[in-house]
Design a protein around this ligand. Structure first.
Ligand SMILES: O=C(O)c1[nH]c(=O)[nH]c(=O)c1Cl
Length: 309
């Protein structure tokens, strides 16, 4: 069996990559993902200026997952663009993802215009779902703002673009969100970002400092929500818009389920944070074993073919 895949016009030797925010802060981390079994990587979400992020502790692992309120710490757009352009020379055969978002609508347009005018030839992931910047609501929970933003973006942005989405929890919201996304030539949507503003308590205390302990939840806690979002949009979107599945992937079986629900690429966050880049080889081998046992040669043999009762 092969776990290769494609997103847009790009081929990837493996359908696994990191989730933005994990193992992607700087060249050192990104190089480790490049040199792992991952098919590609996405950068930490970049903003126009570098950001220190929220006070620590701002990330905490639990037995079943993680909670974070990082606050968008990143080295700034220019740092990641410079590295991506360098990789286009040293790894011309590979395609990478650039995650970004502005701290204002104006900044978002400034960033995307810089990408459009640059020599970057990879895929851009616009983060519409950061839950941890105090005072900034998650853009993708405001569908009117999201539609206006995408309308303006696609008037000038002509390179491959996808959006990182928060989980939705209401069938009507799936309907309304899909109706918006179907209006645009999106290359993909990525479901899901962390479940925003959870609260983990240990003994008598919160476990992270920002926002009195409130933060985005990842890991085993969120797989049912992640699978539901992947499949809800798979059922509703134009087939030209592919789906990246993120959330709750610990094993090859979890990845199999994301692909069964419709995902064309699977991102790994909390598990990668806990296990390191070796997780890519383990999970890839586990998925291949499942595919061999079931007689599936490629992921297209079962992608989206979730059975109903
Ligand atoms: O606090 C963060 O940096 C963060 N944390 C998340 O869990 N998702 C995001 O999109 C971001 Cl931007």
């Amino acid at each position: 069996a092969t776990t290769k895949t494609h997103i847009g016009n790009f081929e990837f030797e493996n359908c696994f990559m990191n989730a933005a925010g994990v193992y992607c802060y700087d060249r050192n981390e990104l190089e480790q993902v490049i040199n792992s079994q991952a098919g590609t990587f996405v950068t930490k979400t970049a903003t126009l200026q570098s950001r220190p992020g929220n006070p620590e502790p701002r990330y905490h692992d639990t037995a079943l997952g993680s909670i974070n309120s990082m606050g968008l710490p990143n080295l700034g757009f220019d740092y990641y663009l410079e590295y991506l352009l360098e990789l286009q020379k040293t790894h011309p055969d590979r395609t990478f993802f650039f995650s970004l978002v502005g701290m204002s609508t104006e900044d978002t347009h400034t960033l995307l215009k810089k990408v459009q005018e640059s020599d970057f030839n990879g895929i851009t992931e616009l983060n519409l779902s950061c839950p941890n910047v105090p005072g900034k609501p998650q853009i993708a929970y405001d569908l009117e703002t999201t539609e206006k933003l995408l309308t303006d973006i696609f008037s000038y942005f002509k390179k491959p673009l996808g959006v990182k989405l928060p989980p939705y929890f209401d069938i009507v919201h799936f309907d309304q969100a899909a109706a918006v996304f179907n209006k645009f030539p999106l290359t993909f949507i990525n479901c899901v970002n962390s479940i925003g503003n959870g609260l983990v308590v240990e003994d008598e205390s919160v476990v992270i400092k920002p926002k009195n302990g409130f933060g985005g939840i990842g890991g085993e806690y969120i797989k049912p929500t992640a699978l539901a979002n992947v499949h809800a949009f798979y059922q509703r979107l134009n087939p030209s818009i592919q789906i990246i599945g993120t959330g709750g992937v610990l094993t090859g079986q979890d990845a199999f389920e994301h692909i069964l629900c419709g995902a064309s690429m699977v991102q790994i966050g909390t598990t990668l944070h806990k296990e390191g880049p070796a997780a890519f080889e383990r999970i890839t081998n586990e998925l291949k074993a499942i595919m061999n046992k079931k007689g599936y040669k490629t992921i297209e043999d079962f992608r989206g073919k979730l059975k109903y009762l």
